[in-house]
Structure formats: structure tokens, C-alpha cells
Ligand binder design. Sequence first.
Ligand code: SF4
Ligand code: SF4
Length: 375
Amino acid sequence: MARVYNWQIRREMSYWYGESRPARQFAAVFDINKCIACQTCTLACKTTWTSGKGQEYMLWNNVESKPYGFYPLGWDVNLLDKLGPQRWSGGRFEGRTLFEAAEAGERVLGWRPEEIDYANPNVGEDDCAGAIENGAHLQVPHMAWFYYLARICNHCTYPGCLASCPRGSIYKRPEDGIVLVDQGRCRGYQECVKACPYKKVFFNPMTGTSEKCIACFPKLETGLQPQCFVNCIGKIRMAGWVSRPSEAREDNPIDYLVHVRKLALPLFPQWGLEPNVYYIPPIHAPRRYLEQMFGPGVEQAIDTYRKAHRDKDLAGLLELFGSTEKVVPRWKRKGELIFGQDEKGREIVRVPMTEPVVIRSRFDVAHGVVRTNCP
Ligand code: SF4
Ligand code: SF4
């Protein structure tokens, strides 16, 4: 085992291979507060990549209701239970990562789902935590809660799937950090299925190989965001590139949200994979639950999000979500306008801070008709 630095847990940890970071790392920010669980992202991915034989059960992108939704069943709670209680101290993780807690003869602490565990991807959908007593009236915050968690492969900096593969079939692209399975090398041992804690590698029984989210790399290579991003109805997603904290740039939208404002947090950072999909946590769910899922930065992130309407830079940047099909590596605000730019600073998209509102008259003189959708 090598010693590598994981900035999300603020310490060195053991990993199967030495630290080798790509030229730039594919990353994403998902704003949980905006997701409506329409599953358009799920279908956009399904129809693009997993409509073949042996892929019927696969959802490279899925959206589940927390706390009772899972795909596959119990993916997170099974592992949390296996790992046992762990501890953060300040921003530093003092417990054991999945690599450090691996059982004798294993490279990663993991578990392999049964076929039936994938059978009900919408289990727990819209199920609330907390009971509503007879005669209760509405309170804010509400006594019952749930939220939608959209998930894809995290294209981790220290992938569990990659570490576990005995044939070296899984690799991380040096140019963009995307994690792929070499279909020619894979022999279907499924160690990766067991090792990925997010359960984002899938075995295809027809081809006898493992398959996973490829971050739509043919699109990314031409400057376009992946399918699940551009089809997102709630405009909750932004794709881009994340730097290490010491190299963070304010004009990089992902760096700004992750490092500068610390608004977007990784999923189960304590597992030690340095996942690269970052979440703006839901403001209405219990902090203890959220801290287990997103780490100790939850309180600060929610506080920042609640105040975002008074912060033109942050509010403006959040307006850029879903505004263009292209990847936006740079951004800036000028007065009431937010600009998305390419690497050379050329404009890709501009978005006003406030959308103009036009109130139309009930009778349309030009067409001589009465509009039914006006007051
Ligand atoms: S989320 Fe899972 S499949 Fe994706 S890179 Fe990380 S360990 Fe591998
Ligand atoms: S398309 Fe967007 S809003 Fe709809 S479920 Fe997916 S992430 Fe959520």
C-alpha cells in the first residue's frame, strides 16, 4: 500500500497505488435543493448508454429518495454498518477509510449486492422520515422530511473499483480523470462491483464484463456536458473541472463552489475515495444525517446557501446551472449579468441575475383573441 494525500479528509491515507493526479479532473456539482426526481436524467442516460442486452437492470445515473430510497438496496447503509462508527475531529477524519478497513486478503472493504437488490430502483420513493401525528398542522421546518439524491459514478481520485481489479482492467484517464473499464482486459471477476462503495460498476451477464458511467467522454471531448446534465429539468447540475485546494481558482465555477465558498460537498468523504461529484446539501434535512453523508462542512454550506440571495456572485453563479449545453470552465459577474466563458475567456453564455417579467393583457389586440392564461 502507498501513502497518498486525500484533501477531503485532510490527511494522508493508504491506497493501493501511488498518488497520480490527472492533468485536470472531471467533476460536477449537484444542487439537491432543486431536484424534483423527474428521472429525466436517468432516462437520458438509459437511452444513450444502457439499452443493450444484459444492461436492462443498469442505471448508471439513478435518483433515489433519502433516507429510505436505495439503488441497489441498502448500498450505503450496508457499508456504514460494516464499517462501524467512525470519527471526524474538526475537518479531519480520524476514522478508518475503506482501504484502511479492508479485511485480510482484500484491498477494499466492500460487499456485493444480490441480483434482487437491483430490482426496485424506486424503493422508498417519496417516503418521509418522521411521523405526522393526528391533528398536526404545518410547521416549518417540517417534522417529516426526505430529499432526492441523484447519483452517477464519482470518477474518484482514489477509485475503489480500480484498486480492487486483479487484472488492472480499470484505469483513470490521465487527461481528465475519467474512470473507465477496459472491456478487452476485463474477465468479469466483479471485484469492482464489490469494492465500489457507491455501487456504480455493473456486471453485464451477456458480455461477461463490468461496465460503468463513462461521463459521456465523447461529448466532454468536444466541450459538451454529459447527457444527464443537459437533460436535467431542475437545472440542478453543472459539469466542469475541480482543482486541488491549493490550486483552486475563483474563476472556475466548480472550484468556487467547492473550495472558495465550500458550498458543495463530497458524498461520504470518510470512505476515502475523494469522489468528484459534489452536492449542495438540502437545507431542510436533519444535520446529523447530512453530516454522515456529506461530512463536517454541512452546517457552513447550508448557512452559505441560505444567505445566497444576498450575495450577487454566488446567486449569479447558481443561475448558470443548466444555462448551456457546453462545459463552462470559467465565469465572471459584471453588474447584473453572469457570463460563462471558455478557457480563453470567450463568452459561451450570459444570464441576467433577474429575469424580465412581462405581464400580457388579457385581450391580444394584434391577433384579436382572448388569452386564457392571463388574469
Ligand atoms: S464511484 Fe465507484 S465506479 Fe466510480 S470511480 Fe468511484 S469507485 Fe469507481
Ligand atoms: S433530471 Fe435533474 S431534476 Fe430531474 S431527477 Fe434528474 S437530477 Fe433531478
